[in-house]
Design a protein around this ligand. Structure first.
Ligand code: NDP
Length: 405
């Protein structure tokens, strides 16, 4: 159970050097400056950025810093010498950091690597500020079942899910007709397929509205991100695929819309700034007083909404199909996408190859829809198998990669 927000709240930040982790740290610094002792940071973690992790640990006055890459421990220790901040390294050290007692865990590791530490925090019944959407996409049933069993509160950080959470404040009840997530459309929303075929890494990561880490930026460019978010929303709010929709909204100011059975539609709005949902989950159930960016609607003038073009963004259609079919498909899709996005970011796959690889991998697992309730061991085995299949598909990919840079 969460401590009332007006009391000291102890926090752990998993993925403290990333985009969400840094915004979380900045908000905690700002809150502690206006209200000393509001947040106490128990532990911060990273993969291999020892310098960034040491900086975050020092400025947050964290008690512990854990780094996954054991080779980076020496540098981390050196940079934290004399501070009294304890250190540890290795994958197990990240789990141990998640297991340390704290009221709230910000789960902001990118990818399936974030699943185990997030589950560790869920198991001890902590409140989880869940940024890592891959947890729910790959293992949604197991993750939510564990949260119900331990009493852990899941506070969605993704702006669209945070919007739905703010409107509903709980799972969807029978009065919810539909939930629509908005999508900016990403950097290629006006590009034709010929141009997208030659898209560079830099262009794919240049999101028009949001500054984010590399993986989610590419996911936003393919619209896979929105597809993953549909699956995430289905688990978070117990919604069916028929209830979930997507609309392109270029301004990214309306984050989600809920239509109730009586035809009334509630929308949640706010600046396109991840600090807003992060501030919400940090202080929940209270509201954080901080220098939030203000919206001037008269200056903005108009908001636009349009249907997504599935022919240019097949990744969204794939994710919708996986959501519909359930079973192991979301796990396969998530794993294939992680491998394909990494290959794109390493210059081994052209932009359009990301969705192609995902489709090829999904087609290679024709009988995965049987069970909606794969256990964690089965999910992890399937994840590995799908990653292997994705690597083979990339190796066999005939598309020339000279287009990439
Ligand atoms: P970043 O890539 O910016 O940061 C990822 C963080 O996770 C870094 O601290 C990184 O450490 C750490 N990390 C990466 N891999 C591992 C690993 N194998 N083991 C342990 N730690 C690891 O990601 P974002 O902040 O953009 O995204 C984090 C999550 O939040 C993603 O799941 C994303 O989809 C979701 N999200 C992000 C949003 C955003 O605005 N950025 C919006 C909504 C959701 P190091 O620095 O050492 O590499």
């Amino acid at each position: 159970m969460m401590a009332p927000a007006s009391k000291l709240r102890t926090v752990t930040i998993l993925g403290a050097t990333g985009s969400v982790g840094t915004s979380t740290a900045n908000l905690i610094m700002e809150a502690n400056a206006t209200e000393p002792g509001r947040f106490d940071v128990v532990a911060v973690t990273a993969l291999r950025n020892a310098r960034g992790l040491a900086e975050q640990a020092r400025r947050l006055k964290a008690h512990h810093a854990a780094i996954a890459d054991e080779g980076a421990l020496g540098e981390l220790r050196e940079r934290l010498a004399g501070t009294g901040i304890t250190t540890s390294a290795g994958l197990q050290a990240i789990n141990e950091a998640a297991a340390m007692p704290s009221d709230l865990v910000m789960a902001a590791i990118v990818g399936t690597a974030g699943l185990e530490p997030a589950l560790t925090a869920v198991r001890r019944g902590a409140a989880i500020a869940l940024a890592n959407k891959e947890c729910l996409v790959t293992a949604g049933h197991a993750f939510m079942a564990q949260a119900r069993a331990s009493g852990a509160t899941i506070l969605p950080v993704d702006s669209e899910h945070n919007a739905v959470f703010q409107i509903l404040d709980g799972p969807a009840n029978s009065e919810v007709a539909t939930v629509t997530l908005t999508a900016s459309g990403g950097p290629f929303r006006d590009w034709d397929l010929r141009r997208m075929a030659c898209a560079t890494i830099k262009e794919a990561c240049a999101h028009p509205n949001w500054a984010m880490g590399a993986k989610i930026s590419v996911d936003s460019a393919t619209l896979m991100n929105k597809g993953l978010e549909l699956i995430e929303a289905a688990h978070l709010f117990a919604l069916t695929h028929e209830q979930l929709g997507v609309v392109i909204h270029r301004q990214s100011l309306v984050h989600a819309l809920i239509e109730f059975v009586d035809g009334s539609i509630h929308a949640q709005m706010g600046a396109a700034d991840m600090r807003l949902p992060i501030a919400h989950v940090l202080a929940y159930p209270e509201r954080l007083r901080w220098r939030a960016p203000k919206l001037n609607l008269a200056q903005i003038g108009s908001l636009t909404f349009e249907a997504p073009d599935l022919s240019r963004f097949p990744a969204l259609a794939l994710a919708q199909a996986c959501l519909r079919q359930g079973g192991g498909y979301p796990t396969i899709l998530n794993a294939a996408n992680e491998v394909a996005v990494e290959a794109f970011l390493n210059g081994q796959l052209p932009f359009l190859g990301v969705a192609e690889v995902c489709e090829r991998v999904l087609n290679g697992f024709p009988h995965m829809a049987q069970s909606d309730h794969l256990d964690l061991a089965a999910i992890l085995a399937l994840d590995l198998e799908a990653r292997h299949a994705a690597r083979s598909a990339i190796a066999q990919s005939s598309t020339p990669i000279s287009h990439i840079h």
